[in-house]
Design a binder for this molecule. Sequence first.
Ligand code: NAP
Length: 896
Amino acid sequence: MPDAMVAARASDAARGTPRQVDVAVVGAGFAGLYLLHRLRKAGFTTVALEEAGDVGGTWYWNRYPGARCDIQTIDYSYTFDPELEAAWTWSEKYATQPEILRYLGFVADRYELRRDIRFGTKVTEASWDEATERWQITTDNGAPVSCRHYIMATGCLSAPKPPEIDGVKDFKGEVYFTGRWPHDGVNLAGKRVAVIGTGSSGIQSIPLIAEQAAHLTVFQRTPNFALPAHNGPAPSDRMSLLQGDRAAYREQARQSMAGVPYPQQTAVSWQLSDAERRARFEEAWGKGDLVYILTQLWADQAVDVDGNRLICDLIREKISAVVKDPETAAALMPHDHPFGAKRPCLDTNYYATYNRSNVTLVNLRQEPIKAITAGGITTARRSVDVDVIVFATGFDAMTGAIRAVHPITGRGGKSLSDVWAQGPQTYLGLTVEGFPNFFMITGPGSPSVLSNMAVSIEQHVDWVVDRLAALRDAGFTTIEPTEAAQAGWNRHMADCSTLTLHRLANTWYTGANVPGKVQGVMPYTGGVGPYRSICDEVVSRGMLGFRLTGPNVAAQCNDGEAVRLQPDVRLVLNLLATLNLPPIESMGALGARAFVNEFNKGRPAGRPIGDVVDGTLPGTDGPLPYRVYKPAAPGPHPVVVYFHGGGWVLGDEQSDDPFCRDMVRRTGMMFVSVGYRHAPEHRFPTAAEDGYAATRWIAEHAAELGGKPGPVLVAGWSAGGNIAAVTCQLARDRGGPDIAGQLLVCPVTDCDFDRPSYNDNATGYFLTRSLMDWFWDLYCSPADRIDPRVSPLRGKVAGLPPAFVVTCEFDPLRDEGIAYAEAMAAAGVPVQQLKARGHFHSSFTMVDVVITGAPGRVQMAEALRRFAGLPPEVSLGDEHSHGHTSPGHRIAAAAS
Ligand code: NAP
């Protein structure tokens, strides 16, 4: 049929009577197929609109040589039906594209899904009709569709990126895109081939193209980390785990961080010797498993540049061992991003391919492409004549297939493209404010591409279909997230993005691969299991953050934010809740001390510093132990006298060890942690007087301890913050010592519990109101409690050293800390406050557990250096900083 007739037919159909369905789905890949199945089972009428000629989604289009999955296929499968699982056996550890496509065809046949799919049909527009409360969908082929709910199951990597290189149209040879590979295959035998791009698609296809081509020239802009797949049969250890208890295996995957059932590592890199780290790395390298090597080496590998760099070095060593030409090997070694921050690849013979005589690598960092000409590719240094150009240049990821493919118009004529002009805004990565009854499967803001997609797709589909059924049963016809919920989710996304190193690389995760695209980490970095629990919690809290309406029911809106805690604080508190511990105050002082000792044994070891020296100092009634933490750089260093937390009852000079080490590394200053005496054996004012006496002695003996003589600084956390604050008042009133500054972290400053933070955070945040009651009772009789030596807020606050006061949103002590800071400021003391949003009482001392606490410690270190008159640079250590800089800027910082 001539093109004009096809076009006329299509436009007739487009004007025809709309087909009415409950739910329209775009896409018939992994997500679309499962959606159809679930929607049908839930009793919804439905149609899927699919541009391709058959099912498969990304696996329909990506037919380039070497295309395979790189999550083990036993994990990259549907799990919703045990009979389906029993009916299909994968032939390899990593199945090829044709086998995965066969699998999806098998699934479509088994559940008779094709009858509800309109193939060869592209959606051209989708608009929300307020009057009918339905989406109106027009397509380029066939009748429009009117639906109550509109679901995009379009995948995250389905809109290929244009080549962005001048002269492509002038090229007289053959041009192919890996993401749109011809179905009949391509004969490259005897041809001169160019491949542009070395992401997963390039790295999978290059070895096979090299085997066919007369000559292959690879144009590489950024080298990527690639690991050997060691493909073959599914590994017996994984198979026996799966077959041993399939349900448990699948459930563990759903609760895991990446959607593959591996445990979380607890050993940190600095706890392991070189030999131990190498052994772990070699084992991972031998396994050929991306998720394993990305998660199972050491706990800090994905959150800390130092822990990550160890892996980068080991992989670079592997590259140089394989690639014979040193210049080529050097060009193939990534240096510009942490391992895992850019999607690493699984390869088969990738690096060895560069030892072939018919393969040349062109390093575009040294000689950028100037143009594509009729006969080939011209760089700044050479012209390469080729017969074929293969673009393996990637996708407009995550938002491309949703934002760019067709106009989507929501309530009040708002276009999704406009709403997302500054980057994707979603609630849960599933819905968008202003776009009622609109859902995205694995949308931006959900774990999606940072997970095993099969697991994330099933979770999203189940959540959406269960919600639609519940709405229908309750008589609601619309569902839409609120502005507050969406804004809260975006904040939570930003909080999560500080957890990992993804923000430090220019990648398609951040939109950096598409010129002009707004940049920011688009997938949810908080993990698959935590994300699932948040989605479930939204439901159990009455569809938190959603507005539901219907013609015959009262509208419902339980407005609010899904997560107000920092993501890692949420994990810690959830973990503590599952431990079901008895209240600390029920253990007695000795029992509580034993418990804290045991508890502390399970935390990550503090980081290495210059030296740790224990000693005793003469207190007023006998010796007091102390521990000196010294920086690695030669001294003498300014001295910080530190008081540990523990409610005047618990802890000792070693109990805040990770915090002291971290602060020494960041400040370059010396910390002397004091073992003051505890209640109930030594009640008020012992702790205060010990603190003051110790500070005076340390100031007088700074040089002997290896510190810098002169004014000292004081710091403390919790009850230790109380002692630090009291010490400053006593030093002012008793003629010294000279104190240059005070760092008070979540300090106790007053005996009065009648403050909102005591009520709002009375339980559920580890430090409870009842525990504080117990501490006060053990330390101080009611009559003494108004004494400024335990309630410094009631003392004179003028004339104190400059202060940095840290308070946490979810801490009973929050308001008294703020009150103390405000009182000092009102009295003319230079005061800076850090009101830590989403944090709890222990956030800053749980070093390397509450990762989001690191930026706060950077600020504390900056304050201490300022008090000591040192230049402002602090060691960021793990590169967490509180400023927001562009990814490019961060990369420079990480590399320096
Ligand atoms: P990609 O990772 O974005 O890689 C594109 C490559 O092309 C990069 O090396 C990029 O360099 C280069 N490039 C882009 N534009 C260029 C230009 N104008 N000039 C020169 N070089 C240019 O894309 P992909 O390889 O298609 O993979 C995308 C994602 O799809 C993967 O990360 C993976 O998640 C998924 N995928 C999975 C599999 C699998 O499961 N086995 C296979 C293929 C793809 P820069 O890095 O400098 O931008």
